[in-house]
Design a protein around this ligand. Structure first.
Ligand SMILES: Cc1cc2nc3c(=O)[nH]c(=O)nc-3n(C[C@H](O)[C@H](O)[C@H](O)COP(=O)(O)OP(=O)(O)OC[C@H]3O[C@@H](n4cnc5c(N)ncnc54)[C@H](O)[C@@H]3O)c2cc1C
Ligand SMILES: Cc1ncc(C[n+]2csc(CCOP(=O)(O)OP(=O)(O)O)c2C)c(N)n1
Ligand SMILES: [Mg+2]
Length: 570
């Protein structure tokens, strides 16, 4: 049967298992919207195309599947750029479909013509313009494979309007992908494997650096067996949080710029680092010249380009984390490393750790309290989607995630405005989940228009605004490094609770600690979305902090203050 390109696109997406598309219409994509109306696909109308890409990204991160975003040509497509870059830097499988002007008009500066494949070249894993109806099904099929294989990433498919309108025979089974033959991965280099095993079994002070790649690989079980077999301690990157339970005694917490002090010290004192699915980001290493000088390094990583990119390693195991860990597992000797264990305990003790919940209420509402109370009240089971800034770091420190894919956050690009739309995407992916947005007063104002999407789609997503009246993370840098000259960081905001009401959403305001838990509890019990404006201490800072470019052990620690540094339980 003959179908139009637009119909072929919709049918292809159905064949690929797509259920939800986040998008916004316009002239160059109208034929597709017309076909969408006749398909089984659920289209979610966003309020800004950036939101569509973050929703697709949140959808992907919540499940590990592909998220789909759609926009028209020109401004619709350029509005997607930030979301595409966000997905790229965090290896998230997103497919973006954009309409393009008719193929005969290409290059003529036609109305809403923009070279979106040119613009997104460096921020997509792959992109392509389709000008022939015959190529649509195959290209979309290829896009899904590329987005979610190997190291995942965003793919953009730009389809000209004439290709959407033209008709051709549609045969899904005949529309086979024409990708270069999958490189048969040679089994692991024997010499590298032997060296890794020798290093693993002879180490006295080993430490695992667990990253996002463990989640992407679905390697959680193999990883846990590996950890137990070697009795290794685990430190996590921001994006690795959740890949190993926070409540496991072998889990030490987050590493890096705002990581736990004892984790950073342990990295500097370790004699072996085993990096699994992490890419030694500069927020993780600090000054490379002084990074883990006494440690040999093993890197388990799927992308060969990451090997020796930032940190030179002694054994490189290039491959999928699960497969590599399964190969290593039978070779690991179980070792009790009592001296190393006591050293780590000693370092923990030195960090003045106390349970912040038991501190007397001094009349201040600290962000850390709010997040720790949210953790307790949700039993640690919520899917928390954060924005970027101080609240993001406090979330990482004070909400203890035991399950994978329960913290969704923009790490590599650090995109303010990510949280609200990404949470909407996560809710569509996991309708049963208790989804919470943890967002700053600055970032929320960047994409708050998506509150209307929540209302139109009748979904329940609870929103905790950590309102400190500042672009807090930048204010913190100004406090530490610019002599407290707060240029352009004090921030006027609307009355967020009243704003929520204007959208038809219940809004609450909390100013004292005593009201935190009851308000969270009531929000969870309410059947619709609730926005809570937490008016927190304005000039609190995130500790510890490794100043940009400093050595990992050179942390700025919290000065004498009623709050402790981090949230580890005593
Ligand atoms: C304000 C702010 C502060 C931050 N502070 C910190 C901080 O203190 N500590 C911190 O850790 N981060 C911090 N970050 C985040 C940081 O910038 C990086 O995003 C993060 O460290 C990256 O973590 P990752 O390497 O685990 O994940 P990614 O960047 O997603 O890298 C994943 C790696 O796994 C590999 N991989 C993918 N699939 C597989 C597979 N199947 N098998 C094996 N490997 C695979 C990929 O090739 C890639 O190399 C901060 C971000 C912001 C915005
Ligand atoms: C789109 C974008 N613009 C600017 C920045 C730089 N930036 C990083 S954190 C931050 C402040 C965030 O303020 P807020 O949302 O209120 O969160 P807080 O740090 O106060 O918790 C800024 C401006 C960014 N990460 N993203
Ligand atoms: Mg703020």
């Amino acid at each position: 049967m003959k179908l139009t390109g637009a119909e072929i696109l919709c049918q292809s997406l159905e064949h690929l298992g797509v259920k939800h598309i986040f998008g916004y219409p316009g002239g160059a994509i109208l034929p597709v919207y017309d076909a969408l109306g006749k398909s089984k696909l659920h289209h979610i109308l966003v309020r800004h195309e950036q939101g569509a890409t973050h929703m697709a990204d949140g959808y992907a991160r919540a499940t590990g599947g592909v998220g789909v975003a759609m926009a028209t040509s020109g401004p619709g497509a350029t509005n997607m750029v930030t979301g595409i870059a966000t997905a790229m830097l965090d290896s998230s499988p997103v497919v973006c479909i954009t309409g393009q002007v008719g193929s005969k008009l290409l290059g003529s500066d036609a109305f809403q013509e923009i070279d979106i494949t040119g613009i997104t070249m460096p921020i997509t894993k792959h992109n392509v313009i389709v000008t022939r109806v015959e190529d649509i099904a195959r290209t979309v099929r290829e896009a899904f494979i590329i987005a979610n294989s190997g190291r995942p990433g965003p793919v953009l498919v730009d389809i000209t309007k004439d290709a959407q309108q033209a008709s051709t025979e549609f045969d899904w089974n005949a529309s086979l992908p024409k990708l270069p033959p999958k490189r048969v991965r040679p089994s692991l280099d024997k010499a590298e494997l032997d060296r890794a095993v020798e290093l693993l079994n002879s180490a006295k002070r080993p430490l695992i650096l667990a990253g996002h790649g463990i989640m992407i690989s679905g390697a959680m079980k193999a990883f846990e067996q590996f950890v137990r077999a070697g009795q290794f301690h685990v430190a996590m990157t921001l994006l690795g949080i959740g890949c190993f339970p926070a409540n496991d005694p072998l889990n030490l917490g987050m590493m890096g710029m705002h990581g736990e002090a004892w984790v950073n010290h342990a990295i500097q004192e370790a004699d072996l680092l085993i990096a699994v699915g992490m890419r030694f980001d500069d927020r993780v290493t600090g000054d490379l010249r002084t990074y883990a000088k006494s440690a040999r390094k093993i890197h388990i990583e799927i992308d060969r380009a990451e090997i020796n990119k930032n940190v030179k390693v002694d054994a490189a195991l290039v491959g999928d984390a699960r497969e590599v860990l399964e190969q290593l597992l039978p070779c690991i000797d179980r070792k009790e490393r009592t001296a190393w264990q006591s050293r780590i305990t000693e370092m923990k003790g030195d960090s003045a750790v106390r349970d912040i919940q038991s501190l007397p209420d001094t009349g201040h509402l600290y962000a850390a309290h709010v997040i720790n109370d949210l953790w307790k009240e949700t039993g640690g089971d919520a899917v928390v989607v954060t924005d970027v800034g101080q609240h993001q770091m406090w979330e990482a420190q004070y909400y203890h995630h035991n399950r994978p894919r329960t913290l969704i956050t923009s790490g590599g690009l650090g995109t303010m405005g990510f949280a609200l739309p990404a949470a909407i995407g996560a809710k569509f992916a996991k309708p049963e989940a208790d989804v919470w947005v943890v967002v700053g007063d600055g970032g929320f104002q960047m994409t708050m228009c998506e509150l209307a999407t929540i209302v139109q789609e009748k979904i329940k997503v609870n929103i905790a605004i950590i309102n400190n009246g500042f672009l807090g993370m930048v204010r913190q840098w100004q406090e530490f490094f610019y002599d407290k000259r707060y240029v352009a960081t004090p921030l006027v905001a609307p009355d967020f609770a009243a704003l929520a009401n204007a959208f038809g959403i219940r809004g609450e305001r909390v100013t004292s600690r005593g009201d935190v838990t009851s308000t969270i509890r009531a929000a969870r019990a309410f059947k619709e979305s609730v926005l809570i404006d937490f008016r927190v201490e304005q000039e609190d800072s995130v500790y510890p902090m490794v100043p940009a470019g400093a050595s990992l052990h050179e942390m700025i620690r919290r000065p004498h203050n009623p709050l402790v540094e981090t949230a580890a339980e005593p």
